[in-house]
Design a protein around this ligand. Structure first.
Ligand code: PLP
Length: 414
């Protein structure tokens, strides 16, 4: 039995001397291959995606490799995950008068991208998987609903069978936001290839990274053409020649979210490492989960398809929100935390500003705090959810420390 005073929080010796490694999966795998790929673009003096003196068409090659990896007919590289969401929504013709259903727990980019199209974000609760609750999605549908945005959050795929069924029955588009679950799958199909379009981010915390970057995938030619035109300032003639296609759509205004050849060069190399990175993270998480699975009073987040998760986070629920806060603080003191101290965390803490939770989206959804009682299910779950990062840099020592830290804290706090 661990005594209260043995917790570092109350003056005991911490499990670790130093914090855990960072969780920047793709970037921690950078090596000479990425360096060589970047130098090739620089030496060619051709960093622009459409032409240059020694044009290498690296972005076109990345797009071809990415669509093959995901299993779709089309893919388009853009500058960020937010740009990908905005472009995909415009690709699906979302605009003023439309509503887009988004989960209460995702990232502020999700409602922002909807607002950027002129449409209205409509929130639906998450369930014990912390992804969209299909029953609540169905309740939120109106005759203005154009898209359901299913966000595969913190490495876990949504309940796609049920969400696809709802989208089909109501003839609504399904957009998968795969920013936090790149390389994941659902019942054997890669995430992003199941909905009408999929959106990805290659920011630093993502499975593969170029610091910034994003992509859209789809099987629908019209959606692809709209995305292509929108992301390239509404240019109605560029980008299709190499595929021997012609635009079949009417021109409309766009923005500039064009990817550059340097980022694409990095991403081509990163893509070849994706499966290794995912395998490593999954192995680490499964060892940690095994080491703490018998702890009474601690229940794990539900994973709709355990074979398809990419495992970047470990989330468990305590019985009350006070216990969750204490659990997190005690883990921090044990140095079971990231160097920046951003994890472990309790997913929703009212006083901590965090763009993942709808209560912090008042600037995008004016008055949302006043109707928060409609989202009690979300707030109850998120305020009892403790989450820690799983880094591919965690070795046997870190894995054992995480297990020891969680067991030590549980025996006092739960
Ligand atoms: C779920 C989700 N969607 C969208 C984004 C936006 O991606 P980016 O930061 O590349 O714009 C993020 C990113 O961080 C995210 O986590």
């Amino acid at each position: 039995m661990v005594s209260k005073n043995s917790l570092a929080l109350y003056g005991g010796k911490p499990v670790r001397e130093k914090p855990l490694p960072v969780m920047h999966p793709g970037a921690t795998f950078f090596d000479e291959a990425e360096v060589k790929a970047v130098l090739e673009v620089l030496k060619a003096q051709s960093p622009y995606r459409f032409y240059g003196p020694n044009f290498l068409n690296i972005t076109g090659k990345f797009e071809a490799e990415f669509r093959r990896y995901i299993g779709t007919t089309f893919s388009l590289a853009v500058t960020s995950g937010t740009a990908a969401l905005h472009t995909a929504l415009r690709g699906l013709e979302v605009g003023e008068d439309d509503e887009v259903i988004i989960p209460t727990y995702s990232w502020v980019a999700c409602p922002s991208a909807v607002v950027a199209t002129g449409a209205k974000p409509v929130l639906a609760n998450v369930d014990d998987s912390l992804t969209l609750d299909p029953d609540d999605v169905e309740r939120r549908i109106t005759n203005r609903t154009k898209v359901i945005m299913a966000v595969h959050i913190r490495g876990v795929p949504c309940d796609l069978d049920r969400i696809v069924d709802i989208a089909k029955r109501y003839q609504i588009f399904l957009l998968e936001d795969v920013a936090q679950c790149c390389g994941g799958s659902y019942h054997g199909k890669r995430l992003g290839s199941i909905g009408d379009a999929g959106s990805f981010s290659f920011q630093l915390n993502k499975m593969i990274s170029a610091g910034e970057g994003g992509a859209i995938v789809t099987n629908d030619q019209t959606t692809y053409e709209r995305c292509l035109m929108f992301h390239d300032t509404g240019t109605p003639y560029r980008g299709l020649e190499e595929k021997e296609l012609r635009y079949s759509i009417q021109p409309f205004p766009g923005v500039n979210y064009r990817a550059n050849e340097i980022s694409s060069a990095i991403l081509r190399v990163q893509l070849t490492k994706m499966d290794t990175i995912i395998r490593r993270i999954r192995e680490i998480k499964s060892k940690i989960k095994k080491g703490i699975s018998d702890i009474p009073g601690l229940s794990f987040r539900r994973i709709p398809d355990p074979e398809g998760e990419v495992a970047v986070g470990l989330v468990f629920f305590t019985e009350s929100k006070d216990k969750a806060i204490l659990f997190k603080e005690a883990l921090m003191a044990e140095n079971i935390r990231t160097p920046s101290g951003s994890y472990p965390g309790v997913v929703y803490e009212p006083l901590r500003n965090d763009g993942h939770v709808f209560m912090h989206w008042g600037h995008l959804l004016p008055g949302i705090e006043r109707v928060s009682n409609q989202y009690r299910q979300t707030l109850d779950l998120l305020s009892r959810a403790v989450h820690i990062d799983i880094s591919p840099l965690d070795g046997e020592q870190e894995i054992n420390d995480i297990i020891e830290g969680i067991r030590k804290v549980s025996s006092v706090v739960l």
